[in-house]
Design a protein around this ligand. Structure first.
Ligand code: SAM
Length: 247
């Protein structure tokens, strides 16, 4: 998650079709304390999704310890503040989170424990692509990708996560009418995202707004990276895509 580091120390496997995950940030940050290491091993053991087993045919409810009515997904949840906010505010929802940054996963586990939300959250502590391929069709009711790694250099733009192949994988996993929320503080990333949304047959572009209209959707809390962008004087763009029926 440390976006100052473009040369990650490790390059784990896990990308689509076995391609390695290209991480803009690092997979690991500061060395974990003994308490955090035990939180990671114990907490993640309980909450991690086992992609070697097929997902339930009757939807994803069986994955969660608490009863839920719908499942949402957050891609690249960072330290989990947004995911925890959503789980806290929507008690009928179970949330699957994908995040390869180990220190972020530990922070999220700690936040979930503090708020006793572990029964409605499951993690894939790695690249989101295998998770998307594993999810049953039309199993998600909402998804979020907030401030994905920017990859600002022109020659690296093909590495950006929000692109046509990811939209196609999302289209399979989202039920008709489901929302997919995206945000970026990088102007040309936001512009490209709008273009992708307009051209993908499975989605309609339902809403776009910027930091100037930040309170447009009251259930869209500010994330850590949005705070950083504000501090550094960058406006952000917020986009809501809607899964079209049929396409
Ligand atoms: C710039 S951070 C934003 C974190 C958080 N969403 C926020 O707004 O504060 C982008 C996050 O995406 C994660 N990420 C990068 N590639 C990913 C992938 N292939 N699958 C899932 N998460 C990924 C990174 O580890 C990082 O934590």
């Amino acid at each position: 998650m440390n976006t100052d580091d473009e040369n990650p120390p490790d390059t784990p496997a896990g990308g689509k079709c076995g391609a390695p995950l290209r991480s803009f940030g690092r997979r690991r940050g500061r060395k974990l304390s003994a308490r955090k290491t035990s939180l990671l091993t114990g907490g993640l053991e309980r909450l991690k999704l086992d992609l070697s087993q097929p997902a339930g045919e009757d939807g994803l409810a069986a994955l969660f310890a608490d009863p839920i009515e719908e499942t949402w997904l957050e891609i690249g949840f960072g330290a989990g503040e947004h995911l925890i906010w959503q789980a806290g505010h929507y008690p009928h929802v179970g949330i699957a989170g994908a995040e390869p940054y180990v220190n972020g996963v530990v922070a999220a586990l700690s936040g979930l424990e503090a708020q006793e939300l572990q029964g409605r959250v499951r993690f894939h502590a790695d690249d989101v692509h295998p998770l998307l391929d594993w999810l049953p069709p039309a199993s998600l009711s909402r998804a979020f990708m907030l401030f994905p790694d920017p990859w600002p250099k022109k020659r690296h733009r093909a590495r950006r996560l929000f692109a046509a192949p990811l939209l196609t994988a999302m289209a399979r996993a989202l039920r008709p009418g489901a929302e997919f929320r995206f945000a970026s503080d990088i102007a040309d990333y936001a512009e490209a995202a709008i273009e992708h949304a307009l051209h993908h047959p499975a989605f309609e572009l339902a809403l776009t707004f910027t930091s100037a209209n930040r309170d447009t959707l009251p259930d869209w809390p500010i994330t850590r990276y949005e705070t950083k962008a504000m501090r550094e004087g960058r406006s952000s763009t917020f986009i809501v895509l809607k899964r079209r029926p049929g396409a």
